[in-house]
Design a protein around this ligand. Structure first.
Ligand SMILES: *Cc1c(COP(=O)(O)O)cnc(C)c1O
Length: 427
């Protein structure tokens, strides 16, 4: 449509880059249709959970203080439990982020003398301090919880023999990270996670299996809790918050595990009974309602980015053709200049802070400089369009999110425009 092209031209996007994008899109129709089908299924799943639990306007009322008899909060947790097909759920604004949710889940269910096992290699950066892999005050290691790790085999599959050997009488909890995060391994499908859980339970039937579900929610029609996970854990400023939740985390799972999490989060004896919603219920309900569609848009953006950049010779992980199990897309740009140009384009397309120019900077916990592009309504929200990466070989940016597909599309096209402008990509 000419109107779109001229609108975009006013925003700095050349007709050549726009047309290049349109051509790439022609080949993605089937992929997008399949994503829409998953979103439609997940939308119905969320809707029916809301209907079953008789969500009503009274659920949106703010509570303060102790938050006793908070109907909205309690129903929200029933809705999550029904969507994830679990006995119980803890969904709270008092859980500050994904790392916090995972910390609560781990520290509530591991006692001194217990051992934690990661059968999928090194966990996400922030979890390393939680566990004590990198020494840190108040880590699980300080409280006498041991940690064992089994790395993936070189082809990215599970080392079943190594896992069998690692599980012992002390092994209490197995932590499985679904998304690759900032690692180079593949993201696991829910089916693969189910096989891993079944194996761990065949070796030790009473071991607790927890899945770090960050970035994976609603990408498939099933969740890890449908294939045997005792707990699934994630952040509300990623997929399930639908971009509207301003804070929060969730833990869905067995009554036994989740109630311990509630006692850990508040206090022994208090548990799930306390925790005021502070007026956030509308955002949490509405965000969860929108999440399947938002995740679909983000996934389309990831696939669009991979097919554009792959066709120009840049390595993409996952590749344009691969089946997806999360919303993260890595693009190897091969140079610092490439990373800067890519992030500049993403930033220019943002609804917030579009006038800012991202530059590499030092970050605590990283051994190289990091660049980040984000123009988000919610600080640090990575379900909103964002890109970041460490300035080191292979100079990869990790790109994710987009509250609408059209915004994700424009961000990616603007990133390519900046690459072309800088002479780093030729159409
Ligand atoms: C984002 C993420 C986390 C931590 O979440 P925060 O909200 O940033 O604390 C943990 N694990 C994985 C795989 C993640 O992607």
């Amino acid at each position: 449509m000419d109107e779109i092209q001229s609108m975009y031209q006013n925003m700095g996007l050349s007709p050549a880059v726009y047309q290049f994008g349109e051509k790439a899109l022609e080949g993605l129709k089937e992929r997008f249709a399949a994503i829409d089908q998953i979103a439609e299924y997940n939308q119905a799943k969320v809707l029916s959970a809301m209907q079953k639990n008789r969500v009503s306007a009274t659920c949106f009322a703010a509570t303060t203080g102790y938050g006793y008899d908070d109907e909205g909060r309690d129903k929200m947790e029933r809705v999550y439990a029904d969507v994830f097909h679990t006995e119980a759920a803890l969904v709270r604004p008092q859980i500050t982020c994904g790392t916090h949710a995972l910390t609560v889940a781990l520290s509530a269910n591991l006692l001194p003398g217990d051992e934690l096992l990661s059968p999928v290699g090194l966990p996400y950066d922030t979890l390393q301090e939680v566990i004590g892999i990198r020494p840190s005050p108040c880590s699980l290691a300080e409280y006498g919880v041991a940690y064992r790790q089994v790395d993936l085999l070189s082809d990215g599959t599970f080392d079943y023999e190594g896992i069998r050997a690692a599980i012992n009488e002390k092994t209490k909890l197995v932590t499985i990270q679904r998304s690759k995060g900032y690692a180079t391994r593949p993201t696991f499908s829910v089916k693969q996670i189910g096989e891993l859980i079944a194996f761990c339970k065949s070796v030790k039937p009473d071991v607790i299996c927890m899945v770090d579900n960050c970035y994976g929610e609603f990408v498939e029609t099933i969740e890890p809790s449908d294939v045997g996970a005792d707990m699934v854990v994630g952040s509300l400023i990623k997929n399930p918050g639908g971009g509207l939740a301003p804070i929060g985390g969730y833990i869905c799972g067995t009554e036994k595990c989740v109630s311990r999490c509630a006692f850990r989060l508040s206090a022994p004896g208090l548990g799930q009974e306390v925790g005021a919603n502070l007026g956030l219920m509308t955002s949490l309900f509405q965000g969860f309602f929108l999440a399947p569609t938002v995740v679909a848009g983000a996934e389309k953006g990831a696939i669009f980015a991979a097919s554009l950049y792959e066709s120009l010779g840049f390595r993409c992980v996952p590749s344009a053709k691969e089946v997806r199990h999360d919303i993260i897309q890595a693009v190897e740009l091969g140079s610092e200049a490439g990373m800067i140009a890519f992030c500049k384009g993403i930033q220019e397309a943002a609804p917030v802070d579009s006038f800012a120019a991202p530059i590499p900077g030092d970050m605590p916990g990283y051994d190289s400089q990091v660049i980040m592009a984000a123009g988000a309504f919610v600080q640090g929200s990575s379900i909103e369009l964002s890109a970041d990466g460490p300035i080191r070989a292979p100079y990869a940016v990790y790109f994710q999110g987009g509250l609408t597909w059209y915004h994700a599309k424009l961000g990616i096209l603007m990133s390519l425009q900046e690459m072309v402008n800088a002479g780093l990509a030729t159409l």
